[in-house]
Design a protein around this ligand. Structure first.
Ligand code: IMP
Ligand code: MG
Length: 175
């Protein structure tokens, strides 16, 4: 496990908090008068989703799914495996799919396509980070915290081989 220092910091606690607050109020406006069902993709989205949910002012329910695409490596395997599916019925619901980071786009694209077959009333996507360098599938995020080009990012829920998820800001890992 590589040691993380201040020089690895990419986005501070304050910067993250500000963006999450801004996205939360955008979502609150857009879903005003409706009830939104947040579907978080585990494990990476758990910190972002916890903070985001507390900045959403309209009625809000939560569910989670777990998708495997990565092993304990830093390169995407490119295939989608649903390890744990949503537990609630999403039919007719206003669903907002929440992910930590979009890299190749395969996870979010494929899982969103799958969820659409369950006839949600609407389906939007939010990710904390949009990482563009290795995009394979076009993913049009409805809400996005930060856009970065490349690099392996950890902290605030994001891991490298399960480490660093507990760090309270986002760091760029030295590779
Ligand atoms: P994609 O399917 O290639 O878009 O990968 C999405 C998933 O890969 C994310 O939900 C993350 O769990 C993981 N991932 C991609 N890039 C990073 C990174 O820089 N740090 C940590 N996890 C990442
Ligand atoms: Mg991960």
């Amino acid at each position: 496990m590589t040691t993380i220092t201040k020089k690895n910091e990419l986005f501070s606690r304050e910067e993250i908090a500000r963006r999450v607050r801004e996205i939360g109020s955008q979502i609150s406006n857009d879903y005003s008068g409706r009830s939104v069902l947040l579907v978080g993709i585990l494990k990476g989205a758990f910190v972002f989703m916890a903070d985001l949910a507390r900045h959403i002012q309209c009625p809000c329910q939560l569910d989670f799914a777990r998708i495997s695409s990565y092993g304990d490596k830093t390169v995407s395997a490119g295939s989608l495996q649903i390890i744990m599916d949503v537990s609630m019925s999403i039919e007719g619901r206003d669903v907002l799919l929440v992910d930590d980071i979009v890299d190749s786009g395969l996870t979010l694209h494929n899982y969103a396509q799958y969820l659409k077959t369950m006839n949600p009333g609407s389906l939007k996507t939010v990710a904390l980070i949009d990482k563009t360098a290795r995009r394979e599938k076009l993913v049009e995020l409805d809400y996005c915290g930060f856009k970065v080009e490349d690099g392996f990012i950890v902290g605030y829920g994001l891991d490298c081989a399960e480490d660093y998820r507990n760090l309270d800001c986002l760091y760029l890992l030295d590779m």
